[in-house]
Design a protein around this ligand. Structure first.
Ligand code: SF4
Ligand code: SF4
Length: 162
């Protein structure tokens, strides 16, 4: 497996100029409530530690605050997204994300609508169902076809069988 630092270099993200100032961590809203320490993630990737297996990789909400504030102009969030992509390619995914992935494959939507949402929509004078696969269930086959063409269905099936 390619080392994280090389991986990010290949993607065009240079993290080697990080001076470990901690500005990213200090302004991270997610880090206030989770164990996410953005500075540590960057440092782990620089030092080729096993960052792909780090659950904190998934705690980032991609708000981009850190990237906007980094004094070295490091594309922190884009690097995190790149690391996540590589993690998934290697079968590393949080159980909760796999659950959402299964919903997308089976329902064509990450968050299937429930009775409460349908009632609220009607109270607001809207159609009971939004104009997606809920309203047009025949489009589900097309969604599945698209997901299959990307290899996503196969990837999730492989993970489920482990
Ligand atoms: S803000 Fe930028 S330079 Fe500072 S620790 Fe974070 S990534 Fe490194
Ligand atoms: S983009 Fe992610 S790592 Fe950066 S500040 Fe927001 S939640 Fe934290």
């Amino acid at each position: 497996m390619t080392k994280p630092s090389q991986l990010l270099e290949d993607m065009g993200f240079s993290i080697q100029t990080c001076m470990q100032c901690g500005t990213c961590t200090g302004g991270c809203p997610s880090g206030t409530y989770t164990s996410l320490n953005t500075r540590r993630i960057v440092q782990s990737a620089r030092r080729d530690k096993d960052v792909l297996n780090d659950d904190d990789l998934w705690m980032c909400t991609t708000c981009y605050t850190c990237q906007e504030r980094c004094p070295r102009g490091i594309q922190i969030v884009d690097a995190i997204l790149g690391l996540r992509t590589e993690a998934v390619r290697n079968g590393m995914m949080l159980p909760s994300h796999r659950k959402v992935a299964r919903f997308v494959i089976s329902k064509g939507h990450a968050v299937p609508i429930n009775d409460n949402s349908m009632t609220q929509r009607q109270q607001l004078g809207m159609d009971k169902l939004p104009a997606n696969v809920h309203k047009f269930p025949e489009a589900l086959e097309q969604v599945k076809k698209l997901l299959e063409s990307t290899g996503f269905v196969e990837l999730i099936a492989e993970e489920d069988s482990k």
